[in-house]
Each structure stands twice: as C-alpha cells, then as structure tokens.
Design a protein around this ligand. Structure first.
Ligand code: X5A
Ligand code: ZN
Length: 697
C-alpha cells in the first residue's frame, strides 16, 4: 500500500491581479511541486485524479451564497470589480479562476480522504490551493474559500460512518472555521497549534484561546494551543506534541487523521515569525503515522516563505513515503516559559476530559491554577466562545501583511540553506536487517521476514565483544555502514552481550553517542553500572528492577534514566513514560544510534501493539537507526506477536491499537508516582522535561 498525492497544474493560475507580491501566490504551489520533483518523491506516489467538489458536498458546511457569490466572479474579468468584491472580506483576493480552483481544492481533498478510506492508499498529501481552514460557513476569509479539510472530514463522517477523526492543524493561524464547524461534535477532535499573541495575532479571535474546549457532547474535543510569543521553535512544538497532542491522540485512537498542514510557522515565514525547521515537519508527520492504522491525509494550507514551505512540505511527503526523519540539527532544549505556560493551561482546562492528563488532577492542580491564573488579555476579557457561526462583529485591528526586513530575510535565507543541506543526506536506504540465531522464528514469520534483509548470524572476526555478541555486532555494523536502516536481531540479550555491543559501537565504530533502552521485563543493573560514568551512552530502562519497587536511579545521574514501571502496568503507563520522559530526553540527547533490548512477558500488562508503537515512535530519532535485540521467552505466542509487531514497526507497516478504545484507561497510580519522580529528578539534567510543574515535597 502506498502514498497518494493529488494536485492540479491549474492551481498555479489563482493570483492577485492587483498585487503580484501578495503572500498567497502561485509560486507557493509551483515550488512545492518542484521540490517534491527534485527529491524524486512524486514518482514514488500514486497520483490521484483531482476533481471538483459537488454542490452537495459544499452545502453540508457552507451556505448557498458561498457558492453563488464566487460562481458569479467566474465571468468578471474587470480587475477593479474583483478588487472591490475581495476587499469586503478579511484577507482575500479573487481571480477569475478562483471559483473553479476552490472547487478543485475541496474536491481533491475529498478524493484523497476517500482513497485512504477505500484502502487504495495508506496515506497521502493534497498539494493544493487556495487553502481552506479559514473558510467559514458563510464567509470567505484569510485566503480561503471552501474549507477543504472540513468538507473531507464531513464526507468521512456522513458517507463512511467514521466515529473518530482527528484534525491536527499546525498552520500558524488558528483554523477558526474548522473549529466552528465541529465545535459540538465529539466525533471530530480538532487540535490546533497557532500564533495568538494574546489576541494580537490574526485572526484576533477570543475563540482561539485555550479555554475554548468544545460544547455539549463535543466538550473536550476542541483543543487550542495558543502561542503568545514569536520565535517559537522545534523545542516548543515538540513539547506540545509530546506533552499534549500525542498522549491525547493515542487515547482518542482516531480512525483517520487529517492534517491542516500550513508551513507558516516555519523558519523564514514572514507571517508566522516562528522558527520551526523544515526537518521538524518530518518528525510531526512520523509521530502521527503510528495512529489510525496509518491513515493520514496531509492537506496544504498556508506557508509564505517559499524555501521553508517547499522543503517542509517535501519532507512531509517523504516521511509519508516511509523515509526516516532527518535528525534535527540542533538537539531540543527547554521550551520557552511562554510555551510551558500554554501547555500547562491547556492541560489544566482539559484534565477532566482526558485520562492521560489525570496525573495533574492527582498531583498538581493547585500549582497549575496558580501558574495560569485566568488572564485578562490585552484586547478583551476572557469570554467563552459560544460556537456561533456568525462572523465576529468587527476585528480589533485590521493588520496589513507584515513586510520582512530585507536584512533579516537574507539571514534567514542563508540559515535555511544550511538546514536544507543537512536534510538532503542520503536516506535512500529502506532495508531492514534481520538476524536470528535459530531458524524457528524465521519460519513462523516468513512473510514478514521476506521483506527484510537477512544478515549473517555468525561472526568470524573477534574484535571487542567477541563471538558471543555476534548477531548484535553484525546488526550494528550494518546500521553504521548504511547497509540497513534499522534491524532486529533475535537471540540472547543478556547484559554481557549488550555491554560488549555498546562498547563496540562507541569504541570500535566511533559513534559519538548511543541511547540504550532496556525494555526487558526484568532489567538487571549490570549494564547501567558499566556505563555509569560514560557520557556517550545514555542508559534508560522502562521497568522496575527486581529488587526495587518504583522509580529509582543511582543518586540521580544524568545518563541513567530508570522509569521503574511495574511489569503489570498497562499501555497507558508505558506511553506516558515514553511521551513525558523518554522521548524528550532522547530528543535532547540526539543519539546517533538507538539500541533496544526487549522481550515479551507472557504475564505482563503491556500489549504487543503498544510495544510496536514504542518502536515506531523511536524510529523518528537517530535518522531511523534503531537496533532491536529481542529475546524469545518460553511462551511462543506472546513472544511471536511481540516480535511480529516490532518487525512491522521497523518496516513502516501500520500498527493497530490493542483495544478499540485505544489507551483510554485509568493510569496506574504507582506508575504516575514513578513517572513524576523521574521527571523531578531528571529535569535538572534534561531541561526538555522542565515544564513539568514543580511540586514541593
Ligand atoms: C491559510 C492562511 C492566513 C491569512 C493571514 C492573514 N491564511 N494575515 O495561512
Ligand atoms: Zn496560515
């Protein structure tokens, strides 16, 4: 199953006749396609046929006027008349081609989504314009005419009976129209990260603030993450993904994800003034690909710096195709105070609706309450958004498009060249290595194993580590040499073997840093002890040592992170530890290689699917270089299902969720304590963890 792409060359026709420098210009579309072409991505996709949306599709969410007004401009070639009509709306121009192209943009988005739901493609991207997320029920707005993403969502609800759709809106502007359309619908979870600046950022709506969380049955299903400062970057956005979006998305367990993918929060965009690097969009994309059985539709919205737009969009498509994420060139650091506040505010208003936020309820509600004292912001007092479809009476300011200082623009441009050069590394390596000590596991997994690259199990030369660790050494060699992207070795994973192999990676293969994650049900202390003083190895374990209960580490050491979960805990606990501890720490460490030791406990509470999700989420790091050493246990069925899912995750196959309810389960209080203790202890070293509320003893 492949990746679909939909676009129509005519989409370059729509332009502003009276201001050719207008931000929403044809080159946006042309350059994105050009970059996808350069990276040879389009030829790897299944091209879908663009089509116009039908009246019936439009009228589900828009008024008849929204069709007729634009339809009538079809024949107006008088520039002045077009300009006059356009000026009635907030940030908009109309061109004689606009009507037809808006229909094409909406229809093509529906086409993308229905091909995904038909199983013809796994995921895909709509490279389209005009964009859609500001198009309200009865008002064109912000370069948008019809709400492409909302129309496709409605199609999935009405014609396919979907019950859970997640819309992620990472455009820098709040998709107020999408919010309005599904405000009381619990079937649609709308999650938007946007510039807000306490109301000073367009579209200046109080309904864009974090306390607007849905209405009626839809309470808790509208999530706004407003940014109140400019220059937010990868650290801020990844913190929002790890702390909010991913835990909530895994709990929601969507059947389909649609992304309103604007690239105007990217570095260099004059509208957003934010600093997300193009590579970070790969990370956003990859982290969503484990959900919804991989059904992910990415739909272009804004993005006004041609360089960062085309690179960000192309990297998104490349990730959908299954290529590894390019490493973020600078490791993540502390999110800004302002972003931390936003995250806490959002957690605070949503804690009753999402079990993954329960730890706040248990430990720190008062804290957060103080931290996020309801603000009287500079434009208006805090007022609930009542979900009205009406156009807001008037806009507080009607700002002009910011003009970038040419000196700043040149600087950003140079910065982008460096970043882009760094993502063009050779990543054309899709092979997944497979080694087994016994043929038994190969036979029972034959159809999966066939898709892997078999590596030799024996090792002739005996360097450091010697023969015993042969399979893991061979696997590490293949990843370092680039023969394989990632791989799995099946065999003994006891501590000597792991120690020898990690030593081999740093001493013999000169890797600068390696993250080792002990996911064995019964970790022992030997590995941790051995590397205690070695800053090149970040040691992490998930489950508690046999001789301890709950979290602990050796007097709080930076490169030793023991989460200490009970092996009987559930998927929610494991994912919580991953999102709140392991991923932020790993992103700050920036390993060149990740080694995971695992087994499957027949009695453990963690599902094989969850194990697969962990592996999938880790593939975002270290350029996808992930070596798993897996040991069979005595119960062949639990062992095989774990193994199968792990290989599938490495191959990029979709992983289903264990229960139809996702990880919607009560968190274990022991785990909550363990996780909290680790964060409190480790945030002195890893400031990517720092926004966690400090609870006094
Ligand atoms: C789709 C989109 C933005 C309008 C901004 C007006 N619209 N300042 O990014
Ligand atoms: Zn935008």
């Amino acid at each position: 199953m492949t990746t679909g792409v939909v676009y129509d060359q005519r989409m370059a026709d729509h332009k502003c006749l009276w201001d050719l420098k207008y931000n929403e210009k044809p080159e946006r579309f042309i350059n994105v396609l050009k970059r996808c072409e350069e990276l040879k991505l389009l030829q790897r996709c299944l091209p879908l046929k663009p089509r116009e949306a039908t009246e019936e599709e439009l009228l589900k969410l828009h008024t008849p006027d929204m069709i007729s007004i634009l339809k009538d401009t079809d024949s107006i070639s008088d520039e002045e008349a077009l300009e006059k009509l356009s000026s009635k709306y907030d940030f908009l121009y109309i061109h004689p081609s606009t009507y037809q192209l808006s229909l094409l943009a909406a229809g093509s988005t529906v086409e993308l989504v229905s091909n995904i739901l038909d199983g013809k493609i796994r995921n895909g991207m709509a490279i389209i314009r005009p964009p859609g997320h500001h198009a309200m029920k009865s008002e064109y707005c912000g370069y948008c005419f019809y709400n492409n993403v909302a129309i496709a969502t409605q199609h999935a609800l009405d014609n396919r009976g979907l019950k859970r759709i997640l819309i992620v809106d990472w455009d820098i502007h709040h998709g107020q129209a999408t919010q309005q359309m599904f405000y009381d619908d619990p079937r649609v979870l709308y999650f938007s990260i946007h510039g807000f600046q306490n109301g000073a950022f367009w579209p200046h709506l109080r309904e864009s603030d974090y306390h607007n969380i849905g209405r009626g049955a839809g309470l808790g299903y509208n999530i706004n993450v407003p940014m109140n400062e400019v220059k937010m970057g990868n650290s801020d956005y990844m913190a929002i993904f790890h702390q909010l979006l991913l835990p909530i998305a895994y709990e929601f367990n969507p059947e389909l994800i649609i992304v309103s993918a604007g690239y105007d929060a990217a570095l260099g965009c004059p509208e957003g003034e934010m600093e997300i690097t193009p590579a970070c969009y790969s990370h956003f994309t990859n982290s969503l690909m484990g959900l919804a059985n991989g059904r992910l539709a990415v739909v272009l919205e804004g993005g006004y710096c041609l360089k960062s737009l085309s690179e960000g969009a192309a990297l998104t498509l490349r990730t959908l195709l299954g290529d590894p994420c390019p490493p973020l060139l600078s490791n993540l650091d502390t999110p800004t105070k302002s972003a931390q506040n936003t995250v806490l505010s959002v957690m605070y208003v949503l804690r009753r609706y999402w079990k993954c936020l329960q730890h706040l309820e248990v430990f720190s509600v008062q804290e957060i309450n103080d931290a996020t004292k309801i603000r009287e912001n500079q434009f208006w007092p805090q007022i609930e958004f009542l979900g009205s479809d009406e156009k807001p009476e008037s806009y507080p300011t009607r700002d002009i498009c910011p003009v970038q200082d040419p000196k700043i623009a040149a600087e950003l441009d140079a910065q982008l060249d460096v970043l882009i050069a760094g993502t063009c590394l050779d990543v054309q390596q899709y092979r997944i290595g497979f080694i087994a000590n016994s043929t038994e596991s190969i036979e029972s997994l034959s159809e999966i194993v066939q898709r892997c690259h078999m590596l030799p199990a024996d090792r002739t030369e005996t360097g450091t580590g010697g023969k015993t660790s042969g399979i893991l050494l061979n696997l590490i060699d293949s990843l370092v040499d680039g023969t394989c992207r990632s791989g799995i070795a099946i065999g003994d994973n006891s501590c000597n073997i792991v120690i020898d192999s990690l030593k081999y990676a740093i001493d013999d293969r000169s890797l600068q840093n390696v993250m080792f994650i002990d996911m064995r049900t019964h970790p022992d202390r030997e590995i941790q002890k051995f590397f205690q003083e070695d800053v090149r190895i970040l040691y992490a374990s998930l489950f508690a040592f046999l001789d301890s209960c709950g979290s602990e580490s050796v007097g709080a050491k930076k490169f030793t992170v023991n989460v200490g979960l009970q092996q009987s805990c559930g998927d929610g606990d494991v994912l919580s530890a991953l999102f709140r501890i392991l991923l932020p720490v790993a992103y700050q460490f920036g390993p060149q290689l990740i080694v995971v030791a695992a087994d499957r406990s027949p009695s453990g509470g963690v599902s094989s699917e969850c194990f697969g999700q962990v592996i999938h989420l880790l593939t975002s790091l270290s350029g996808g270089r992930l070596a798993v050493i897996f040991k069979h246990n005595k119960d062949p069925s639990s062992s095989l299902s774990g193994l199968k899912i792990c290989v599938k995750a490495l191959l990029g196959d979709p992983i289903s969720m264990s229960t139809p309810k996702g990880t919607n389960q009560q968190l274990n209080v022991v785990s909550m304590c363990a996780i909290r203790n680790v964060i409190r202890e480790q945030n002195a070293f890893w400031n990517a963890l720092q926004f966690e509320v400090q609870v006094p003893d």
